[in-house]
Design a protein around this ligand. Structure first.
Ligand code: GDP
Ligand code: IMO
Ligand code: MG
Length: 426
């Protein structure tokens, strides 16, 4: 069976925690898109793991796959593997021979374009993600198959690097030295040779053997290159369909699609956020929710839950379940709100607009809920969902009925134990 976990908002919904939680019953955990722009947190006891490129199933020592849709910075990957191994973890990792390599020039290009893009700037993580995907689409990316074959790697680098150096000259940046780049990446090629495989073949074989495969999405639907708030998006397909393309598995093999919904909104980077709160409540959400970027440390912009966005997410992804996270962060508030529509030019609109000018003028129409005070965690542990205060259950129930998707899990703290499981994934 193959199930997919995706972010339904702007990323940082808690996908790392949810992937780790469901990974227990999986045999294989796969990243199918994005790169080390992701920052996925898994907390086990006192130990806090922050994964950028390695799948979160690594804590449970599952078979790990980086699919063809991923872009990989080999230096970061190596650091993450070493950190896990130093802790005594076994890392059984396969990297798709078709996955693209993030090269040093991609990171420089990311800086250059962000500086020049003015209002079109997405506030990227500057990890070279966009330029790496751009080269892939323009067909001069370096793939893992190339990296591990020095003859091919040398030939490609000798064509690509002079092109990049011409760009750098235009922008007043120092050129990169061929030998230096080759020496460093030749070393990565040697190290990763044993990890590189036809991961689509492997995955399809695992599925035929009856193994449980969990696909770990990165970012969120509203950061998707096509379906997100373009141009304030990332450069990959963060939606469930991306799992098929990014891992080389037929779409009909996808079973459940679990959408991770944070009980409020957060956004790192630029672009319109209709429910953003620039007041004390927004600050409260940021502080109590510890909303600072896992990758860049940037403060996240916070606001009320936007159900117009999540409803759109369901339309694109066909969610079969919702994992609702960070419900505890709303506990101290007297009133809790969720947007159910927007008002634009005096008219009520219920569908998420594609036009940025329209979106930036949309005012949320809110449904208001009474607050519920602090959770009695012992009661929740004993009674499960029924142990939540009635007002909190009203909020959760409304989300489920508004979107039309059942709640599979409620998370009320960062730890594994702070989880109410309503539906198993496998
Ligand atoms: P991801 O990118 O979707 O994996 O999410 P991040 O790891 O970037 O951000 C989620 C943050 O919220 C992490 O610090 C998690 O440890 C934390 N977290 C996850 N679930 C909960 C929850 O239910 N309550 C609280 N308070 N924190 C949570
Ligand atoms: P996880 O997987 C939140 C945002 C950046 C920027 C835009 C483009 O942890 O949820 P990029 O570096 O990808 O070119 O940046 O996307 N962004 C994220 N925001 N969580 C993430 O990942 C993100 N990955 C990228 O802030 O606005
Ligand atoms: Mg994150």
């Amino acid at each position: 069976m193959l199930n997919v976990i995706i972010g339904t908002q702007w990323g940082d919904e808690g996908k790392g925690k949810i992937t780790d939680f469901y990974a227990k019953k999986a045999d294989v955990v796969v990243r199918f898109q994005g790169g080390n722009n992701a920052g996925h947190t898994v907390i086990v006891g006192e130990k806090v793991y922050k994964f950028h490129i390695i799948p979160s199933g690594s804590v449970e020592e599952k078979i790990l796959i980086l699919g063809n849709g991923v872009v990989v910075d080999p230096k970061i990957l190596l650091e993450e593997i070493e950190a896990l191994e130093n802790e005594g973890k076994t890392v059984s990792l396969y990297i798709s021979e078709r996955a693209n390599v993030i090269m040093p020039y991609h990171k420089i290009e990311d800086e250059i374009y962000e500086e020049l893009k003015g209002n079109l700037k997405a506030g990227t993580t500057k990890r070279g993600i966009g330029p790496c995907y751009a080269d892939k689409i323009a067909r001069f990316g370096i793939r893992f198959a190339d990296l591990i074959d020095d003859e091919v790697f040398r030939e490609k680098l000798s064509i690509i690097l002079p092109m990049k150096n011409k760009i750098f000259k235009t922008f007043g940046k120092d050129p990169l030295d061929y030998n230096q780049v080759h020496e460093e990446y030749f070393k990565y090629g040697k190290i990763f040779k044993e990890y590189v495989a036809d991961t689509s073949l492997l995955l399809n074989k695992f599925l035929n053997e009856g193994k449980n495969v969990l696909m770990e999405g990165a970012q969120g639907t509203h950061l998707d290159i096509d379906h997100g708030i373009y141009p304030y998006t990332t450069s990959s397909h963060t939606v469930a369909g991306g799992a098929s393309i990014g891992a080389g598995i037929p779409p009909q093999k996808i079973g459940k699609i679990l959408g991770v919904v944070k009980a409020y909104t957060s956004r790192v980077g630029t672009g319109p956020v209709p429910t953003e709160l620039k007041d004390k409540t927004g600050e409260h959400l940021r502080e109590r929710g510890k909303e600072y970027g896992t990758t860049t440390g940037r403060p996240r912009r916070c606001g009320w839950l936007d159900l117009v966005m999540v409803k759109y997410t369901h339309r694109i992804n066909g969610l079969t379940g919702i994992a609702l996270t960070k419900l505890d962060v709303l506990c101290e508030l007297e009133k809790v709100k969720a947007a159910t529509a927007y008002e634009y030019n005096g008219k009520k609109i219920e569908e998420f607009p594609a036009n940025m000018k329209v979106l930036s003028k949309c005012k949320p129409v809110y449904k208001e809920f009474e607050g519920w005070g602090e959770f009695d965690k012992e009661k929740i542990k004993k009674e499960g969902y029924k142990g939540l205060p009635e007002q909190a259950r009203k909020y959760v129930g409304f989300i489920s009925s508004f979107i039309g998707v059942p709640i599979s899990l409620v998370s009320y703290g960062p730890k594994r134990s702070e989880t109410i499981l309503l539906e198993e994934l496998f």
